[in-house]
Design a protein around this ligand. Sequence first.
Ligand SMILES: Nc1ncnc2c1ncn2[C@@H]1O[C@H](COP(=O)(O)OP(=O)(O)OP(=O)(O)O)[C@@H](O)[C@H]1O
Length: 274
Amino acid sequence: MSTGTGSGALLTVRGLTVRTRTGHPLVDGLSFGLDPGERLGLIGESGSGKSLTSLAALGLLPEGLTADGSITLAGTEIVGTPEKQLTKVRGRDAAIVFQEPLTALDPLMRVGRQIAGPLARHHGLKGAALRSAVTEALEQVRLPDPERIARARPHEISGGQRQRVALAMALACAPRLLIADEPTTALDVTVQAELLDLLDTLVRERDMALLFISHDLAVVAGIADRVVVMKDGRAVEEGSVRDVVGAPRDPYTAALVDSARTLEDALERRRAAR
Ligand SMILES: Nc1ncnc2c1ncn2[C@@H]1O[C@H](COP(=O)(O)OP(=O)(O)OP(=O)(O)O)[C@@H](O)[C@H]1O
C-alpha cells in the first residue's frame, strides 16, 4: 500500500463548490489531495455529492451545474478550463469507470471497436497492431476468450464482463489516476468481490492512483489507504482508513462504522447458526 499523505501532488481539490442554476450548493467547500500511487476512498450516503465531485475532477459536470474553487490534475487546472484542453487530460492523466458500464459503452458497437477507439487515438495504432492491442487490453482485465468478447455487443456479455470492458477502456491510455464511481454496486456479491480484486491488482501493477467512490464503508476499507467522509456536500472527516474506522471522530462517521459493524455481526450470527 502507498504511504501517500494526501498532499495533492497528483490531484488537488481546494474549496470545490458545485452549484445549481439557482445557486444551491450540492458540493460545498470540499478540499482533499491525492498523491501519485495513492488510494483514496470517498464515502457518504446517497446524495452526499460523491459523484458530482468525481465528475468535476474531469470537467464532466452535467449541464446547469457550475464549479467554483480549484481542481488541479497533474498540474492542469480543471475548473473553468475550455473543453478542448480537457479532452487531452481525460484518458491520459485520469480516467473514470461508472457504476453502470453502459454509461461508457455504446450499446450498438462491438466491444473490440470501442476499445480500439482510445488505443488508436492515444497510441496511434492501426491494423494488426491495433487488433492485438485490443486483445491484450481484454486479457489484462482477465476476460476469458478475448476474441469472442471483442466481437460481441455490450448486451451479449454479462454485467461483470461489461464492467471489465469499461475498465479496459479506462486503462487503455495508461492514466495516472483511475476514478471508480461505485464500480461494483450494480453487480452481485461474488462478481463484486472478483472485480474489486482485479481493480486492486491492476492499480498495484500499474502504480496508478485510485479515487474510489462508494456508499459502502466495508468496500472502501478493503481497497483504500485513506478516506474522506462526505455528508451534504461537505467533508466531515478525513484520515487513514485504520484511524477513521478504528476511532471515528465525527458522529456521522461513527454511525457509518456502527452500521457496517452491525451488518458484520448479523452475518457472523448467521454463519454461526448454520
Ligand atoms: N444535474 C443535477 N441537477 C441538480 N441536482 C443534481 C444534479 N445531479 C445531482 N444533483 C443532486 O446533487 C446531490 C449530490 O449528487 P451526487 O450524485 O453527487 O451524490 P452521490 O453522493 O454520488 O449519491 P449517489 O451514490 O446516490 O449517486 C444530490 O442531491 C443530487 O440529487
